[in-house]
Unconditional design. Structure first.
Length: 487
């Protein structure tokens, strides 16, 4: 190969080294190859011109030109891309917004005059609508550009906040809850999830995937905890300045809209590298269909139990059972969120040591025992203690679960797998809040917590029995275990 200058000759080896580094980003997928170097051809000087007048061209790896080798900071896994940092930022913005509205929702609706059954119906509508939108995005989203999907979801988030702030009648609010993005729980169950998870799964090497998902959930949990604490400010402001409490709490939904705009700006800055081939096969789930459907059934059982104790209904239960005001509940869920976030630091290392499934079961099962005990406690301090103990463990399974699903399916099926595993979870979780509302309307005893703890413990036992022996390729080998052959 001829070079236009000595600088070009020296640049080519650096390009080849960068190319080899990029080629090692996907060691788990034999179909991928390292991208070629963007080598400029030799251009001879025109007659009569000196060779020095010809400006030498730089030799840059194609993926480096797209920003894929950019350093993302000391806290993220070393192979994470800039897009990973952007998604962590948007997860934090959305987590803060969800933390605010999940604490305010039940109180705000009660101040509008709604009964516990009506509040449960609105919570159910939010989860049903999110499930329907998530299913549509997961099954048809592979036909659209990922950035466009995320921008559309952010726009819907803005409209949802404005709708809750401006509508006060039950049936219109029920409609807004169904088509909108309000999240009544501490976790992420919205239509953002399939696309963000699919992008995140490709934003680092397979060995760093669980760690990246842990940071993703850690960011959302910390932000959600801060949002839960901030949810107490409207009531404090109402008492200090003598304004109506419902008016003050309405500001929380306006903030929700503002954070939707912030997320939209961040999504607009995602690189073209996140996009995929829009001519995907018409059957998004093919090789992974069997395992994805089994996981979906188990995750649905877990979410059906979790729907009894979504954060909005826990706020309502604490108020009816122990007369705890919103400010106190917000502080409790702030502490719970911090504990859940700190546990994310351990999740990735634990999964690397004992495997994804064992991490899910061995941390989730004790958390559900604490949830059962919280429902039986006769005093507020004891109930809060066991709720905090539960939250210190209950979120450790989330990054392991997400990474496990992404690792067990081929790359082209990851968005669909994320959707098909999350949509049944949302549908199942949408049924139980209405039942919990009926229970709370009849008694203040902790029946919702007991139902949730029993169902979620059953899920843990079934998951361990069905999947403890089946491990993805990046997990350490163990006698008697099987490897996924889907990838």
């Amino acid at each position: 190969m001829r070079f236009s200058s000595e600088e070009g000759a020296l640049a080519f080896p650096r390009c080849e080294e960068a190319r080899r580094q990029v080629g090692r980003r996907y060691p788990d997928d034999g179909r991928r190859t390292a991208p070629p170097c963007a080598v400029a051809p030799f251009v001879a000087p025109a007659p009569g011109l000196r060779a020095a007048a010809v400006r030498p061209q730089r030799f840059v790896p194609v993926d480096a030109a797209r920003g894929q080798l950019a350093h993302t900071g000391p806290v993220l896994p070393p192979t994470a891309t800039r897009d990973a940092r952007t998604l962590l930022f948007t997860r934090g913005a959305r987590g803060f917004a969800d933390g605010v509205v999940s604490v305010l929702l039940a109180s705000y609706l009660a101040r509008l005059g709604f009964t516990a059954v009506q509040i449960g119906a609105i919570v159910t509508a939010t989860l049903l609508g999110s499930a329907a939108l998530t299913l549509a995005i997961g099954l048809a989203g592979h036909r659209f550009r990922r950035r466009a999907v995320l921008l559309g979801a952010a726009a819907l988030m803005v409209v949802t906040g404005l709708g809750f702030a401006g509508v006060t009648s039950f049936w219109p609010l029920l409609a807004v809850a169904f088509v909108g993005t309000v999240n009544p729980s501490a976790g992420d169950v919205t239509l953002f999830l399939p696309t963000e998870q699919a992008v995140l799964a490709e934003a680092a090497e397979s060995r760093d995937r669980t760690g990246l998902f842990a940071w993703y959930n850690l960011t959302g949990t910390f932000a959600g905890a801060a949002g839960a604490l901030a949810a107490g400010f409207p009531d404090a402001a109402a008492q200090r300045f003598g304004i109506e409490a419902a008016q003050a709490e309405r500001a929380g939904f306006l903030l929700y809209s503002v954070l939707g705009l912030v997320a939209a700006v961040a999504y607009a800055r995602l690189s073209p590298a996140i996009e995929h081939d829009t001519s995907a096969p018409a059957q998004p789930l093919a090789r992974s269909r069997g395992i994805v459907l089994k996981l979906s059934a188990l995750f649905s059982l877990d979410s059906f139990g979790g729907g009894f104790v979504v954060q909005s209904l826990l706020v309502l239960w604490l108020f009816r059972r122990f007369a705890l005001p919103v400010q106190v509940a917000g502080a409790i869920f702030f502490a719970a969120g911090l504990l859940a976030a700190l546990s994310q630091f351990v999740a990735a290392r634990l999964a690397a040591r004992i495997g994804h499934v064992r991490t899910m079961v061995f941390t989730h099962l004790p958390a559900n025992v604490f949830l059962l005990l919280a429902g039986l406690m006769p005093t507020a301090p004891l109930a809060v203690l066991f709720l905090l103990l539960r939250m210190s463990l209950s979120s450790m399974d989330v990054p392991a679960r997400q990474a496990y699903v992404m690792a067990m399916v081929p790359r082209e099926e990851r968005a669909a797998a994320s959707s098909v595993t999350n949509v049944p979870r949302s549908l199942a979780a949408a049924l139980s809040p209405l039942l919990a509302g009926i229970l709370l309307d009849r008694t203040s005893f902790g029946w919702p917590l007991l139902c949730a703890g029993a169902l979620k413990a059953l899920y843990d036992l079934l998951l361990f029995r069905q999947f403890a022996h089946l491990r993805p390729a990046e997990e350490p080998s163990e006698a008697g275990s099987q490897r996924s052959s889907l990838r």
